[in-house]
Design a protein around this ligand. Structure first.
Ligand SMILES: Nc1nc2c(c(=O)[nH]1)N[C@H]1C(S)=C(S)[C@@H](COP(=O)(O)OP(=O)(O)OC[C@H]3O[C@@H](n4cnc5c(N)ncnc54)[C@H](O)[C@@H]3O)O[C@H]1N2
Ligand code: MOO
Length: 406
């Protein structure tokens, strides 16, 4: 059987880092920068007040005390956005608001709390020093400085920086468009009545959500039955929307394993067994005139979920312009004995205990079948049992892959 690492590297061969494109700021959220961003402005763009108070000549207040306050005439009122705050001569002051430009001549701001708050003249009870409560032009970002590096993921903080330096558009690798399709004659859309032998379709919802969480734009087509022609036609129709197609179901050894049947004929998709549990039957390749990458996951829901995180996630990372990496992991001490099939690397859904003196503990879920979805809701990690290990005892240290968002 093929190793997990070999399968990941084969999958990564399917895709390359996409071309950069210039996106509007709003649409750039969650994308990766294709070039460094250099600021064309200084931040702040002008000296301004960091407090609501009075712009003063600091030397005028050298003698100010609570018992002998200094009295200054207030000769101007400067709100934020004032285009021409004028100049203040020594012996006078201006009322000024947070963010308002400093008037020429003034070298400090006295917060309103240190005064009597007068609008015509003001009593100030304590001295100050040059530069007090003044935010200097360029003290945050100098014009011409690089504010974000190539490869930066545009999250909330980066969005703030981009907007603050006035960028309307940014060169990025756009979010990959992932199409999700499930197959199976037994499937019924949630919310509709079930007939005999039928089950609710859950994989496309789960995989679409996982792809969205991984930073993709997702089109969940839902599902098709086991008729080869409709599977082929549906896939063809979906290609126009896809940078990557992910299917579930129909890839093992059954008489109606339609994905395998349809795609094997094309000669560009390979079906293989990976030494992993769950998730053994896997397919990958390219389809259609543009050679769109496709990854076909097994239909058992837990197999599809685990395969997504082991195999699809790194491909998405490359498509986003990120460095493909396995899920982060911690080592933790088992709370119970576990067993695992020889020759396959097992991934057991598990709950991590709080970090104590001896590190984390980890408890595998009781129900570990590939069809047993329930523990997915609680699991925060996948406990890894290496290929050649068939038993582990309580107290042993194991690697736990951390599921995103937990
Ligand atoms: N003779 C063999 N049988 C099987 C083998 C094998 O090696 N030899 N492998 C088993 C393993 S391991 C897996 S995993 C599954 C994978 O099967 P398929 O990918 O062909 O998936 P299906 O047969 O279509 O479905 C399997 C299972 O999952 C349910 N399912 C499928 N799609 C969905 C969906 N969208 N939502 C919810 N549930 C779904 C389906 O009803 C089946 O119960 O094959 C084993 N068999
Ligand atoms: O590999 Mo299957 O994916 O065990 O259930």
């Amino acid at each position: 059987m093929k190793s997990v690492e070999r399968h990941v590297s084969d999958l990564l061969e399917l895709v390359s880092v996409p071309e950069a494109t210039e996106l509007d700021l709003l649409r750039a959220h969650g994308t990766v920068l294709a070039e460094p961003v250099v600021s064309t402005v200084s931040l702040p763009g002008f000296d301004n007040s960091s407090m609501d108070g009075y712009a003063v000549h600091s030397a005028d207040l050298d003698a100010a005390t609570p018992t002998s306050p200094v009295r200054l005439p207030v000769v101007a009122d400067i709100p934020a956005g004032d285009p021409s705050p004028g100049a203040i001569r020594s012996g006078l002051c201006a009322r000024i608001m947070t963010g308002a430009p400093m008037p020429e001549g003034a070298d400090a701001v006295v917060p309103v709390e240190w005064t009597d708050g007068g609008a015509v003249e003001v009593l100030i009870e304590r001295p100050t020093e040059p530069g007090a409560f003044v935010r200097r032009r360029g003290e945050d970002v100098e014009e011409g400085a690089t504010v974000l590096s190539e490869g930066a993921l545009v999250g909330a903080g980066e969005m703030g920086v981009l907007a603050a330096v006035g960028r309307r558009t940014v060169p990025v690798r756009p979010r990959p468009r992932v199409v999700v399709l499930s197959t199976g004659e037994e499937l019924v859309e949630p919310g509709h009545p079930l007939g005999p032998g039928q089950i609710y379709e859950s994989n496309s919802y789960m995989i679409a959500a996982a792809a969205k969480e991984a930073g993709c734009e997702v089109y969940r087509h839902g599902f098709v039955g086991d008729d080869p022609e409709s599977v082929r036609d549906t896939l063809e129709g979906l290609l126009v929307r896809a940078d990557l197609v992910v299917t579930t179901g129909g890839v093992s050894m059954g008489a109606y394993d339609v994905v395998k049947e349809v795609l094997s004929r094309q000669g560009t998709v390979e079906f293989t067994s990976v030494a992993v549990q769950p998730g053994k039957p896997q397919g990958f390749g390219v389809i259609g005139p543009d050679r769109t990458p496709i990854i076909t996951l097994p239909g058992n829901p837990v197999s599809a979920f685990v395969s997504f995180h082991l195999f699809v996630r790194p491909v998405i990372q490359r498509l986003r312009g990120l460095t493909p990496e396995p899920l982060p992991s911690v080592s933790a001490r088992l709370t119970t004995d576990v067993t695992s099939p020889k020759g396959r690397r097992s991934h057991l859904r598990a709950v991590l205990g709080p970090e104590g003196e001896g590190g984390h503990t980890v408890s595998p879920a009781v129900r570990q079948g590939s069809h047993q979805l329930s523990a997915l809701a609680d699991a925060d990690g996948l406990l890894v049992v290496p290929e050649e290990t068939t038993e582990l005892a309580a107290g042993e240290l194991v690697e736990v892959l951390l599921l995103p968002g937990r």
